[in-house]
Design a protein around this ligand. Sequence first.
Ligand code: TXA
Ligand code: MG
Length: 343
Amino acid sequence: MNIDKQIREGVQCLKNGGIVGFPTETVFGLGAKADDVDAVAKVYSVKSRPQGHPLILHLSKLDEASDWVEEIPRAAHKLAKAFWPGPLTLVLKAKSNVANHFSGNLETIAIRVPSHSIARALIIGLGSGIVAPSANRFGRLSPTSASDVFEELGGKVDLIIEAESCSIGIESTIVDLTEDRPVILRPGIIDQEKISMVLGEDVVERVSKTNKAPGSHPVHYAPNTPLTIVYRDQLEKFLHKDTNGLSVAVLGRSIRPQFSGAAVWQVAPTDSLPYAKNLYSLLRRLDNSGCELIAVEEPPYSGEWMAVHDRLKKSSIPKMALLEFIRNVKDKKLKNIHHGTNK
Ligand code: TXA
Ligand code: MG
């Protein structure tokens, strides 16, 4: 369908209290009009998202933030000038009571000005901010295409805007500006170095487990199939020995070796930006391949890969759980052979 028509329908739907799946440059969001308490409640229920998890408010420019926040600090002006519109979210101190229905009882509010033309057209057409989490069920991979949104939420969404897939592919960087020093709560394509450079000070990433960004759970962004990250030089042993005959789908960094032992081998892009752009769609493909396990060949560790590492870590299961999973699948197969079902 024609894009302008879809945008008009999207705006109308949001005005009428509907929820809309729409593209941003990072991932697809599930939007509701920010001051529509019922529509926002629907976003939580459709995603099965716990109430304590705050949502990001999407605006068309920084000035609009003054309706929602106490003050716009200097650091916010600097970062907005450098990176907005774009894949950066800023956490600021909220005005009291304006955002209770989506701020998870925090006294802060996360704000982002997306650059995607459709996201911008929706916000401008609506004449109001849009709150939007990623348009996936709680704890699953973020969608990067309209068909992913359909796969995740299907008929529960009032409208899904069909558009090109997202150019960045992983969620925005989140920077908290409410404390003495700026802190990165979620790494993204706009990395620590770029943020530090613009602010003229060293900005750290929050490592503590006390959750400043609820929703940054240890396992988040997860496929249905258990996922593990394997060092390149251990991959062959892993596939031939450790997995005990399980069917494994590999997200490899190089072409498939001749006797790989993998059931499916998907080659990922070599550079960090195209890797990030394709990461969720490739994981979705491997998740749907029918294999019992996904193994991701570990990417490099230089700065530009940190956001990818963060998402892979949050998609993977802990080592002990992996060993138990492999043992259980094997036991089940043995039992089935015993009972003559052999499947
Ligand atoms: O790229 C993105 O940011 C995408 C697109 C759709 O804009 N949105 C997104 O939303 O990733 P969501 O809801 O899936 O993740 C938002 C993250 C959550 O981890 C949430 O806890 C955190 O932002 N967050 C929201 N408000 C916050 C606040 N006031 N303080 C700290 N963290 C906050
Ligand atoms: Mg999300």
